[in-house]
Design a protein around this ligand. Structure first.
Ligand code: TXE
Length: 497
């Protein structure tokens, strides 16, 4: 790369200080990285589950030892409070640990039962690495989100070419450098830097899979670009998560969770609480309590603020548009309002009784704002929650476990948290992903490992079958025997309506 190649800088959202400069990589440079990754992928796959596990656990340990250093960098470059950054790193470490320790059990070779007609076969199943996985990351959780793909792709035996967001590239570099300290032999995880065009180049570079986390609009472009080479994609896109509070819920607990889910990380969370639906019987009480708790928050630029400035300045226009529109169409601003929207820090905004057709209810706001609307009952809440094109996560609060589990089943989302917000993210064995315009495919858990692997099925003959099925010299009575066997085995169930 030439010394005067075009560069971009990341800056601290709090004070604009330049954090670092990075080259804007060209499609040729991206291709060269993928070529290097192919060789590394072979070496990494050859290490086998045990060899990879040892190295991934060593990386995990290094992350745990340096968590504080990383948290400060996440705070400086992305703007979130240090404690929130530490929480994100802690969750990432747990996922890395789980992926490393469970990859062999989920993906390793195992026998499966043949059918009666194939009793003479030994059937084996295993999951092979895909090769090189391209990971395109966002800025809102610059450690947790990429680790959900990078960690699982590595555990499944792939090399990774990682393009972090142009807003949090220094964090991405820190992650890649730390991995190289533990695995110095080959460039198993490489960093590529740049904006959208560099990400687009990765999509057409011939990688074996693309894992993308970001906006729905960009997700569509990623999928279209990947289609050129029939590259499979996993898309983790935005959300408009609902938080439903039943009449018998513990109000204090629900308020606490809704407030953190809505305002934490300045609302820049794909599973942020953006719509709260509260049973009519406790609506006023809930709203009063939420408002008074929201007024106690102290957002700002400090490491210890309740939440930080907006990471991406362009988001402020979306927040303003949603808030203005909500008020114009009859919504009530209970805490804050348009005047809370500063140049980089946005004060908490609680809106009530906003018509369900407003953008503040239908579209992702991605800011420290929340809409609190009334519902008749749990069922009404579910209908309202489901009447949205996003379908990522949801939360339910109440006492009746059976009713809440039934509600969880009816919710059109990939994840649900009962009597808490987002706790599914802390259970590495559970999948993460959405439905509708929130994307498809899964990271985390067994599904997340399989997402980065190709299944292979192999049969091997144990003994010659008395009934040869696939031959032109079949016995003349083979078909008759099969017909009889079919009726005996499968034909005895009668249809009753
Ligand atoms: O996202 P983009 P941005 C939502 C949130 C936010 C909006 C825009 O509502 O306001 O998206 O954020 C790379 N081919 N979320 O602009 O554009 C880009 O360089 C390939 C939700 O940051 O989706 C970055 O690395 N890659 C979300 C990554 O895609 C491309 C997290 C994300 O950028 C590309 C972030 C292209 N054509 C934002 N164009 C969540 N699910 O949590 C850009 N990129």
């Amino acid at each position: 790369m030439s010394i005067d190649a075009p560069q971009f800088q990341t800056t601290a959202p709090s004070d604009g200080e330049v954090i670092a400069s990075f080259p804007i990589m060209t499609p040729e440079e991206v291709s060269a990285a993928v070529d290097r990754a192919r060789i590394a992928a072979h070496w990494w796959a050859e290490l086998g589950f045990d060899g990879r596990k040892t190295r991934l656990l060593a990386w995990k340990s290094l992350l745990a030892r340096r968590a504080e250093q990383l948290a400060w960098l996440v705070h400086r470059e992305g703007g979130k409070p240090v404690e929130d950054a530490l929480l994100e790193i802690a969750l990432s470490i747990e996922h890395l640990d789980w992926a490393a320790k469970n990859a062999e059990k989920i993906l390793g070779e195992r026998g499966v039962r043949p059918s009666l007609l194939t009793m003479n076969q030994r059937a084996r199943l295993w999951y092979e690495p895909m090769g090189v996985v391209g990971v395109i990351g966002p800025w809102n959780y610059p450690v947790f989100t990429p680790v959900g793909s990078v960690g699982y792709a590595l555990a499944a035996g792939n090399a990774v070419v990682f393009k972090p967001s142009e807003y949090t590239t220094a964090v991405g570099q820190w992650m890649v450098d730390s991995f190289a300290q533990v695995v110095p032999e080959q460039p198993v995880v490489q960093l590529i830097t740049g904006q959208g065009a560099t990400g687009a180049a990765l999509c057409t570079s011939g990688v074996d899979k693309i894992s993308f986390t970001g906006s729905t609009a960009t997700g569509r472009k990623v999928m279209a670009a990947a289609a050129q080479n029939l590259t499979p994609v996993v898309l983790e896109l935005g959300g408009k998560d609902a938080f439903i509070v039943d009449a018998d819920a513990n109000i204090e607990k629900a308020v606490d969770a809704a407030l953190f889910g809505a305002m934490g990380n300045a609302g820049q969370t794909c599973v942020a609480v953006e719509r709260v639906y509260v049973h009519d019987a406790i609506y006023d009480q809930f709203l009063d309590r939420l408002a008074s708790r929201a007024r106690e928050l102290h957002p700002g630029n400090e490491a210890t603020s309740s939440y930080g400035p907006m990471t991406m300045p362009a988001q402020i226009a979306t927040i303003r548009e949603h808030v203005d529109h909500a008020i114009a169409c009859g919504g009530r601003a209970i805490v804050g309002g348009p005047e809370s929207i500063g140049e980089s820090v946005v004060g908490p905004i609680v809106l009530a009784d906003v018509p369900e057709s407003c953008p503040a209810v239908t579209d992702e706001t991605f800011g420290p704002t929340v809409v609190v609307n009334r519902i008749r009952d749990l069922s009404d809440g579910i209908d309202k929650a489901n009447a949205n094109h996003y379908g990522l996560g949801a939360s339910l609060f109440g006492k009746d476990r059976k009713a809440l589990m039934e509600a969880a089943r009816r919710l059109r989302t990939g994840m649900v948290s009962i009597n808490s917000w987002v706790m599914y993210a802390g259970v590495p064995a559970l999948p993460w992903g959405g439905v509708g315009v929130s994307g498809f495919g899964r990271i985390h858990g067994p599904d997340g490992l399989r997402e980065f692997a190709r299944s292979k099925g192999v049969v091997s003959e144990r003994f010659p079958s008395p009934l040869v099925l696939t031959s032109f010299s079949r016995r003349p009575d083979t078909s008759a025997i099969i017909s009889k066997a079919l009726v005996a085995l499968h034909g005895r169930r009668k249809w009753t309506s």
